[in-house]
Ligand binder design. Structure first.
Ligand code: PGA
Length: 253
């Protein structure tokens, strides 16, 4: 048995305007009340401050994440948002290295590592995303790819056991409705945990929460969350519907 507290995080991506967001924050805060798991939502940057305020007013059980950050505190980086800015706006978390950022914005393993370090330095807890493409899976390269991605930031996990969360999100399962089977997900999660034990320490490996992401919904969450090495979920589409997201939270207990 593990004492890792499950974490359910909603990644709203570039969706939900102000009004819709605040209604969603209130509904999710209510669904999170009294639950054992940690619950986080990641709205677009513009909404972070208002969402954090609404979450606090609703009792503080729900916490707020940025979806990204830039790894400098301030300066001439037009269009970017820093860790200290997110923290000042009331965010406690930040998603880093999402596959959409790696794919569309060409973020490298090294840049993702810098972002994780910047997040920790700004007192934000990072949710670091990794995962293989369909092509890589079909070429039997899943573990090679996820180990390369994890190895890039593993020394940061060792410095701060338990603070950095990993989200395993197979790219082929994101937004496609093609959720990994619990067996497929558990196999990769267990391999990542073993890798962490080898590259950091047993303690770090046991303390690190590894979330699954990719088409998680109210129907599939229960079985996935029942796997021994799956410590929660990073949810995209289904996190925009408070009833579905509420059921995922309930499945985590
Ligand atoms: P999805 O997105 O649940 O819509 O597949 C997950 C994610 O991208 O984090």
């Amino acid at each position: 048995m593990t004492d890792r507290t499950p974490l359910i995080a909603g990644n709203w991506k570039m969706n939900a305007g102000t009004e819709e967001s605040l209604a969603l924050v209130r509904a999710v805060a209510e669904a999170a009340q009294g639950k054992r798991c940690d619950v986080v939502v990641a709205p677009p940057f513009l909404i972070v401050a208002a969402a954090a305020k609404a979450a606090k007013e609703a009792g503080g059980k729900l916490e707020v994440a940025g979806q990204n950050l830039y790894p400098r505190d301030n300066g001439a980086f037009t269009g970017e948002v820093s860790g200290p800015m997110l923290h000042a706006a009331g965010a406690q978390w930040v998603i880093v290295g999402h596959s959409e950022r790696r794919q569309y914005f060409k973020e490298s393993d090294e840049f993702v590592r810098e972002k994780i370090e910047a997040a920790v330095d700004s007192s934000l807890r990072p949710i670091a995303c990794i995962g293989e493409t369909l092509e890589e899976r079909e070429a039997n390269k899943t573990l090679e790819v996820v180990f390369r991605q994890v190895d890039a930031f593993a020394p940061l996990l060792a410095k701060d056991p338990g603070n950095i969360v990993i989200a395993y999100e197979p790219v082929w399962a994101i937004g496609t409705g093609k959720v990994a089977t619990p067996e497929q997900a558990q196999e990769v999660h267990a391999a990542i945990r073993k890798r962490l034990a080898e590259t950091t320490s047993q303690e770090v490996s046991e303390k690190t929460r590894i979330l699954y992401g990719g088409s998680v919904n109210d129907q599939t969450a229960g079985e996935l969350l029942g796997c021994p090495d799956i410590d929660g979920a990073l949810v995209g589409g289904a996190s925009l519907k408070s009833d579905k997201f509420g059921q995922i939270i309930a499945a985590a207990g």
